[in-house]
Design a protein around this ligand. Sequence first.
Ligand SMILES: *Cc1c(COP(=O)(O)O)cnc(C)c1O
Length: 339
Amino acid sequence: MAYIILNKNNFFNNLDIIANRTKSVDKIALVLKDNAYGHGLLEMASMASEYGIKRAVVQTSKEADAIESFFDYILVLADIPQNANSKTRYTINDLKSIYKFPSGAKVELKVDTGMHRNGIDMSELEEAFLQIKRAGLILEAVFTHHRSADELTSEWFWQKENFKRVKERAKVLANKFGFGELRFHSCNSASLFRESNFDEDMARVGIAAYGCLELPKSFDMQSFKPVLSLFAKKISQREIKAKQRIGYGGDGEVLKDCVVSNYDFGYGDGFLRVCAQNGYKTPQGIELVGRISMDNSSFLSENDEILVFDDARVAAKYAKTISYEILTSLKAEIKREIV
Ligand SMILES: *Cc1c(COP(=O)(O)O)cnc(C)c1O
């Protein structure tokens, strides 16, 4: 089967850059949702913990339970648990959901400052505090998520202004309703690297830690290094005559006699079929021929093994998508090895 190599030095290099920006390792909340962006949840959690990261962000309670031993604090973005776990904080995304959380749960309130996806409306802040109090929940933080931190527009600025107003109001309300001092956070990777003087309580960092952050050229981009590379193994090899056609539909016609090998990585493992339509080449310049099948893809190569990609940003260009989709498409069953 194809396999994934995770480069610990590269991961730690990225964490160094991030910690420099947040001014403290303790302020990094590493986003590990979706199998750690396809890298492997337990592999990334254990390396992060070895580095000294204490906070993690995931989507579900199940993910939080799986990594509980590695962190002091875990934020669940969208799940309502049966029983609250003491290390885990649960996100309130909507006023209507407040009474569904078990009493005594630690919660964080998400506020919509312009993305209009999850979070309460800014005008509902007082109502949310009141209901959280009545439901017997412990409110620890108020946070938001920007919709276009990675684009060179004014949008990021007005969303920041909105969040500034939310913070001021929330501090007053925390006093009024007798909650302790609140934490505030709004930055994902792109936002953190646009911010010249980060001063919040933590940043929720995903793609930068995996080394695939992309920002417009004018931003001061640091030397992030991709953590994940993907290799595939040869299943078989054959000599192909000029004009013979390879694979389903015979799409892959070769112009001269050549050797083609078939490797064990296909769309069933997470190799997006659309890559074949855009002339996919490996980092070593080895050409893909014909369509990508479920568990197979053919390349103009005799090598026993090929590096399929070592930078998801490059692979994403072939699929006209983003590195996040390339990475999270990689199936959990693929073997991961840390070097
Ligand atoms: C996924 C996610 C992040 C991480 O975003 P990156 O762009 O990968 O840094 C941060 N916050 C929230 C709410 C998210 O859903």
